[in-house]
Write a protein that binds this ligand. Structure first.
Ligand code: SF4
Length: 437
């Protein structure tokens, strides 16, 4: 049932690199900060909106404020050498072509498509790859609607940052769901479609409806998931936008059609839930019968302590949402800036998890969404043969590997699966999948 509200519409206004000067003067950024933002945003995408600027960021705490770190390019995201080269080239308009080449070169070195997504997961029909579709796990297909490939604001750590920098080679997008529907007809094993981006909720309700309704005619699709950060970055989407009520009716239509609608909400910090608008948005979404699952990566400078996560998961639970995943930041973009080593990640997760009430212990982590599948670090153990991480395949490209435990030699600074040395007793099929053999 849609909860009726009488609140004024707020106009969505997004700001990008062209508005850096006006943001700097409105919020008192130093010249140095302004130039840093300008330089880094030549390489990495930058986008905020009025709500993020005025309601989420605590300007008295910049540059350390977690939401400022979450949305604004920062000193240290590029190597000193790359940063210097950009500064030198950008200083003289005659260098425009060299600057463009340098930007392209730096982006290429930032591992724009981690976990083999461009090659490994794109299905094909009639020998031709299907744009905007990924099929990694047997029962789940990812769908990237073309008009949903942007967001209400950009996270500086986004592992899909390459989608937003305007390079068509680095972009996934499907014009409509016709090809997907054909593919689903040939793959009845697919029960879940994750509509993702970007952020599908950036689309108008009419557009979103055009993408979703055809999926409802595929009987084998039982769950539609929508990956979105809109309840954090623009909760007005569900509250006061002109078509906010329409989108809730669309959600109801999915649920009334006998499908599960899972809103996979991305919350990075408890401050994002400390907002009346967000709480109202979540209440209205839940009122449609959709279930809200929450997930986010563990990120240095944003949320890398146990108290923050415990507070976040409790706040999610208080809103009737399900804490679901704590991810490890992927090896892409400014990874060195945001990286939290696995050893620290597992300690942070364990400390936060221990402090939770049972109903919030639905959360799993730290999880790496790696090439062979989703790998959770269950803990650290010390036995006669040394100190090891205990790991488990939560999800796998090969179903035979799902749920299987394995170990890897403990390391203080490893941050990703491919930096780990597998234990000698790792079963051969697991070892081969993990090594990509
Ligand atoms: S909302 Fe999601 S897709 Fe958009 S920038 Fe943030 S992490 Fe990336």
């Amino acid at each position: 049932m849609t909860i009726q509200l009488e609140l004024p519409t707020e106009r969505f206004r997004a700001y990008g690199p062209r508005q850096i000067d006006s943001i700097a003067s409105r919020f008192g950024l130093s010249d140095e900060m302004r130039e840093t933002i300008r330089r880094i945003s030549l390489v990495l995408p930058f986008r905020v909106n009025e709500y993020v600027l005025t309601d989420l960021i605590d300007w008295d705490r910049i540059p350390d404020d977690p939401i400022f770190q979450l949305t604004f390019p920062q000193h240290g995201m590029l190597t000193a050498a790359d940063d210097r080269e950009l500064a030198e080239l950008a200083a003289d308009p005659a260098n425009a072509l060299r600057l463009k080449a340098a930007v392209r070169d730096i982006r290429g070195r930032l591992n724009p498509h981690p976990s083999g997504q461009m090659d490994l997961n794109v299905p094909s029909r009639g020998g031709r790859p299907m744009p905007g579709i990924q099929h990694k796990y047997r029962e789940t297909v990812l769908y990237f609607p073309g008009q949903g490939q942007t967001c209400h604001a950009y996270c500086t750590y986004c592992f899909r940052w390459a989608q937003f920098v305007g390079d068509p080679e680095l972009r996934f997008a499907a014009a409509d769901s016709a090809q997907l529907v054909d593919y689903l007809g040939e793959h009845p094993e697919v029960s879940d479609v994750l509509v993702t981006g970007g952020d599908p909720m950036i689309m108008s309700t009419a557009r979103l409806r055009a993408h979703l309704e055809p999926l409802l005619r595929v009987p084998t699709v039982r769950t539609i998931r929508i990956g979105t950060k809109s309840p954090a970055y623009w909760p007005q989407r569900f509250v006061t936008d002109p078509d906010a009520d329409d989108v809730l009716r669309l959600f109801e239509q999915v649920v009334d059609g006998g499908r599960q609608l899972a809103v996979m909400a991305h919350f990075s910090h408890p401050r994002e839930l400390d907002s009346d608008r967000t709480r109202t948005a979540l209440r209205r979404i839940r009122g449609t019968g959709a279930v809200i699952y929450c997930q986010a990566p563990l990120i240095a400078h944003v949320n890398d302590d146990a108290a923050t996560w415990a507070q976040l998961w409790r706040a999610e639970l208080a809103q009737g949402a399900v804490p679901y995943y704590l991810f490890v930041e992927r090896d892409t973009g400014p990874h060195n800036y945001f990286k939290v080593p696995l050893a620290r990640a597992v300690a942070i997760f364990a400390e936060a998890y221990r402090s939770l009430p049972g109903l919030a212990r639905t959360v799993r982590g730290p999880v790496m969404s790696a090439t062979p599948g989703k790998v959770v670090v269950d803990g650290v153990e010390t036995t006669a043969d040394g100190r090891h991480f205990r790991l488990r395949m939560l999800q796998a490209r090969s179903p035979a590997l799902v749920g299987r435990p394995f170990r890897a030699r403990f390391s203080d600074d490893a941050g990703w699966l491919d930096e780990l040395e597998l234990a000698a007793d790792t079963p051969r099929d697991l070892a081969e999948a993990i090594r990509g053999e």
